[in-house]
Design a protein around this ligand. Structure first.
Ligand SMILES: Cc1cc2nc3c(=O)[nH]c(=O)nc-3n(C[C@H](O)[C@H](O)[C@H](O)COP(=O)(O)O)c2cc1C
Length: 232
């Protein structure tokens, strides 16, 4: 797959088919992930693949409960999902949240059908910086295989329980950084177009100064000359 296709279309896919993800595909996903940059090349990461239906069922129960807690935080104006970045359109954010909730409900309701969970653990992930390159590489590599999924954090509400269920050696310093649900998507991949354009979120030679070029449309797959307009 051409790299730009992967970069532009690796959307979070919450509606998955139950078909298993073959082991060789899983190997290619993780083999790409471990090539990711990481501080000092210390590679303090560990991936736990879960495909046991009973365990997936148990994580589903936990996931629904954790999600309930997150949406309760959201309802009371707390948590990371409440406010978009300064200057963002609040109506658009509300619509995004409505959509995420809709597809999230589907995932929660069909959790037992998810063929593969990938728990990502790290030691001292530097606020995520030391592990997200590997997670994103895994998602891009999965995309190249036609496998989709979503990175979730909600199980952090039940860290201890997850550690116990997976037998994580917490005394060595391991902490869950994310849990990915993975499988072959029911829907079609499309460009992540619901993003604020580059010129609204970038500056040059000082915060808030014009970046110098306007990008009103995604530049992939077929940029028109008018899509990349030099700002006057
Ligand atoms: C740190 C992080 C945590 C996330 N946590 C969740 C989550 O718990 N549940 C979920 O459904 N999506 C989660 N997502 C996915 C985002 O909701 C998604 O990337 C965003 O809505 C954009 O969707 P798109 O890439 O499909 O356009 C998370 C993404 C990141 C980067």
């Amino acid at each position: 797959m051409e790299i730009h296709e992967a970069l532009y279309t690796t959307r979070m896919m919450r509606r998955l088919r139950p078909d298993p993800v073959p082991l060789d595909v899983q190997a290619r996903i993780l083999d790409a992930a471990v090539r990711a940059p990481n501080g000092g090349n210390t590679q303090r990461w560990h991936f736990v693949a879960v495909d046991d239906p009973q365990l997936i069922h148990e994580f589903g129960e936990l996931f629904r409960e954790a999600r309930g807690l997150e949406y309760e935080k959201f309802r009371t104006g707390q948590g990371p999902m409440v406010v978009p970045g300064p200057g963002a359109d609040l109506t658009a954010h509300a619509e995004t949240m409505r959509r995420i909730k809709g597809s999230g409900n589907y995932l929660a309701d069909h959790f037992d059908e998810v063929p593969l969970l990938l728990f990502v653990f790290s030691i001292d992930d530097l606020g995520g910086a030391n592990i997200y390159p590997a997670i994103w590489s895994a998602l891009l590599a999965a995309r190249a295989e036609g496998v989709g999924g979503v990175m979730t954090m909600v199980l952090n509400n039940f860290r201890d329980k997850v550690n116990e269920m997976l037998g994580v050696p917490v005394e060595e310093g391991w902490k869950m950084s994310a849990m990915l649900t993975l499988g072959y998507p029911l829907g079609k991949w499309g460009v992540a177009a619901n993003r604020r354009p580059v010129h609204e979120v970038s500056s040059r030679n000082g915060w808030g100064k014009p970046f110098g070029v306007e990008v009103p449309q995604p530049l992939w797959p077929t940029p028109e000359p008018a899509d990349l307009a030099a700002a006057g």
